[in-house]
Design a protein. Structure first.
Length: 183
């Protein structure tokens, strides 16, 4: 049974973390970013044709059209961070967290940093399995309670319900890719 879909977007040919930004909060030992919500003041979305896209460092960027869709549908526990140089786009975060079954999902952890207590790389197996979900998710957006990725590209996997996927497709949003999640 399909319970939801992992939502991915196209690359927007951008980095949200500017390595020349002296305010960028990084670990003194491993050098990786400590605050994933930080946005470098020089950040600009390079490819602007998608409603959902990702930076090379794993941040989800959405169009004003996508944001308006979420607001019109009344979806809760979403946040939209203003970008310093792009009025038509925002950084998208989902706060409805779902617990991942780490063992069943075969997560692989590499290079733990003792200073910031983070791994350099966390790779889940495919598919990702969720705990305590036995029916399709209710209309809305969700995210995994774990980060995946590597280096400065650590991010949560965004998940939508089957109903939300249908609505997004009907609006012909650009740049979206869906991968089914089953139980």
């Amino acid at each position: 049974m399909i319970i939801g879909y992992a939502l991915f977007g196209e690359d927007n040919d951008s980095f949200i973390f500017d390595p020349d930004d002296f305010r960028l909060p990084v670990c003194k030992s491993c050098g990786y970013v400590l605050d994933y919500d930080y946005i470098s003041p020089t950040f600009t979305v390079n490819i602007k044709k998608y409603d959902v896209s990702y930076t090379y460092d794993g941040r989800c960027i959405v169009s004003s059209r996508f944001k308006q869709f979420c607001e019109n549908e009344g979806y809760s526990r979403l946040s939209f961070q203003t970008l310093p140089n792009d009025t038509g786009f925002v950084k998208f975060n989902v706060e409805n967290l779902l617990e991942v079954d780490i063992e069943k999902s075969s997560y692989n952890y590499e290079n733990f940093c003792e200073t910031c207590n983070r791994y350099e790389s966390i790779t889940p197996g495919v598919p990702v399995f969720l705990k305590n979900i036995d029916k399709p998710l209710f209309d809305g957006f969700y995210a995994t309670n774990t980060l995946t990725g590597s280096c400065n590209g650590m991010t949560r996997i965004i998940i939508v319900s089957p109903d939300t996927k249908t609505k997004l497709k009907s609006k012909k949003m650009k740049g979206l890719t869906f991968i089914k999640i089953e139980i």
